[in-house]
Structures are given as structure tokens and as C-alpha cells.
Design a protein around this ligand. Structure first.
Ligand SMILES: NC(=O)c1ccc[n+]([C@@H]2O[C@H](COP(=O)([O-])OP(=O)(O)OC[C@H]3O[C@@H](n4cnc5c(N)ncnc54)[C@H](OP(=O)(O)O)[C@@H]3O)[C@@H](O)[C@H]2O)c1
Length: 264
């Protein structure tokens, strides 16, 4: 049975990935990473008793923890991230560096028997010129600024990962994400629709890793295109963008909102 690692199982993408892989008939072993055991337990109570799931909990920068989590895995789903347009945010870069350090250590330890897992790294359709080119200019203007720091962080982390040519990398590039059930999707290198549910994103990320043993999509930025009628909840998205624009034009005002507990 193959083993998949999911990093960030307490987030929306990571939760959808874990639930989907746990519930579908084709079983795999799962190594999950999170920073809070109690949060994993409350969101995913089945983890306690599932024999095919192992938890690795602690600080993302712990080289040993991540190395143990990634040992002998076939696929890594990286969903440690943030939506909040925090000035100077670096979570994507820190995650990318931690993954590379852990894999380098395993490669050194295992020598010729080391087989590098496929890395499916969560990114965004906005960073893909083909997908972003179809976005109306005003929305593009808002997104570029309202997600400025998050996109900058993602962009740098993906550039860094691409430099590691020994790692088979797939970047998962969804459009606006929404809490909805699976409505149908297809993987595309050419276009995405305005929104996709987290459940379809999870299915799409798993398909990227599994189709042709991962070979079909390695080296590509892959869009998840909705084929059904996704129900988009615009309010949280608008709130993210409003606060993101405040962060872009006035990082100090963003700090005030943060201290007041008003940031999403
Ligand atoms: N929202 C959208 O419409 C949209 C569209 C396209 C692309 N994206 C991209 O999707 C990503 C956001 O994904 P999401 O919505 O699944 O995020 P999310 O729900 O906020 O989940 C983030 C995960 O990362 C973990 N995490 C954050 N900081 C961490 C740290 N310092 N150490 C360890 N774990 C940490 C969180 O753990 P805790 O639970 O412990 O905090 C959580 O498990 C962003 O990169 C964004 O650009 C979003």
C-alpha cells in the first residue's frame, strides 16, 4: 500500500485531503503533519483509531519531525499555508525549505535506495499567467494587491522548489476556494472557472499525484476547473480581499486590525 504525507491537515485543504483519502475505498497509508494535536483530534477524531494513519505533530522547522513524517512516502501533499495577506508572510517559503531539508537528509541517509516522493504543492491560479490572463482586469488588479504578500511568498517558494530538479514537483493551482461539497472538476493546463470547492481541490490534488503514477502532471502548474455548479460564498472572500488591500496600502493599519482581532 502506498504512503501519502499530508502537511497541514488542520486547514481547509489539508482537512479535505485527509477526509477524502480516509473515506475513499482505495486505501493508502497516511502520514499527517500538524502543529496542534488537539486541533487534529477535534477536526478528525477517526485519526485516533485508524490503523493506516500516523500523526507527526510539532514545529514545522523541526528537521527530525518532518524527516520522520516524509520517510518512505510516495507522495507529499503540502497544504501548510495562509490566506491572510500578512505583510512579510513567509509560511510557504518556510514550508518549502523544511520539505527540501527533510528530503535532502533522507536522500543522504538512504543513498541509492532513496526514491524521491512526488510533491504536490498548493499554489494559486492567480500565479499562472495562462489562468490569470482570463481574469477581468479590475479583479486581477484587486487580487494582485489584496493577496500581494501571500502571492509573493508562494512565488518565491515555487521558484525555490523548481531549482531542486531532483524533486518531482506538481503545483496545484486552484481559483477562488469555497467550502462546498464536490460538484465535479477536471484538471486543466488551459483554464479554470472562477471558483472550486475544497473537496474538489482535494480530489484534483490526489488525481495529479496518481494519474500515470504522477508522471502526467510532474513539472506542471495544474488548474482545477469546476465542471459543476459550485456554490461560492462571496462574503469571506470579499472580507479577505478588503483586509488584504488594507495590508497592501497600509501595513500599519493591517497591524491595528490584527491586534483588534478583526483580521480573517
Ligand atoms: N482562499 C482562496 O480562495 C484561495 C484560492 C487559490 C489559492 N489559495 C491558496 O491556498 C492557500 C490557503 O489554503 P487553505 O485555505 O487550505 O489554508 P488554511 O485553511 O488557512 O490552512 C492552513 C494550514 O497551514 C497550517 N499552518 C499555517 N501556519 C503554520 C505554521 N507556522 N506551522 C505549521 N502549520 C501552519 C495551518 O495550521 P493551524 O490550523 O494550526 O493554523 C493549517 O493547517 C494559500 O496559499 C492561498 O494562496 C487560496
Amino acid at each position: 500500500m502506498p504512503t501519502y504525507a499530508i502537511l497541514g491537515v488542520t486547514g481547509s485543504t489539508g482537512s479535505s485531503l485527509l477526509r477524502y483519502l480516509h473515506e475513499r475505498p482505495e486505501k493508502v497509508n497516511i502520514n499527517l503533519y500538524a502543529r496542534s494535536a488537539s486541533k487534529v483530534e477535534s477536526l478528525h477524531p477517526y485519526v485516533k483509531t485508524a490503523k493506516n494513519i500516523q500523526s507527526f505533530v510539532g514545529d514545522l522547522s523541526s528537521a527530525e519531525l518532518l524527516k520522520d513524517c516524509l520517510r518512505n512516502v510516495d507522495v507529499i501533499f503540502s497544504a501548510v499555508a495562509q490566506n491572510n495577506n500578512e505583510p512579510g508572510c513567509s509560511i510557504a517559503r518556510r514550508t518549502a525549505h523544511s520539505i527540501v531539508s527533510a528530503l535532502e537528509a533522507l536522500r543522504k541517509e538512504e543513498g541509492l535506495s532513496f526514491k524521491c516522493p512526488v510533491l504536490v504543492f498548493l499554489s494559486s491560479a492567480s500565479l499562472n499567467p495562462t489562468f490569470a490572463g482570463a481574469t477581468p482586469w479590475l479583479l486581477h488588479w484587486v487580487l494582485e494587491r489584496g493577496c500581494y504578500y501571500v502571492y509573493g511568498d508562494l512565488k518565491e517558494s515555487i521558484e525555490y522548489l523548481k531549482e531542486q530538479s531532483w524533486i518531482p514537483l506538481i503545483t496545484a493551482e486552484p481559483p477562488a476556494l469555497t467550502q462546498d461539497i464536490s460538484r465535479g472538476y477536471e484538471l486543466s493546463l488551459h483554464e479554470v472557472m472562477p471558483g472550486i470547492s475544497y473537496d474538489d481541490l482535494a480530489r484534483g490534488m490526489v488525481q495529479m499525484a496518481e494519474e500515470d503514477g504522477g508522471h502526467k502532471w510532474v513539472g506542471k502548474g495544474v488548474g482545477i476547473k469546476a465542471t459543476g455548479n459550485v456554490k461560492i460564498n462571496f462574503l469571506p472572500l470579499i472580507w479577505y480581499l478588503v483586509v488584504g488591500l488594507i495590508a497592501y496600502f497600509s501595513p500599519a493599519a493591517w497591524g491595528v486590525l490584527q491586534r483588534a482581532g478583526l483580521n480573517p
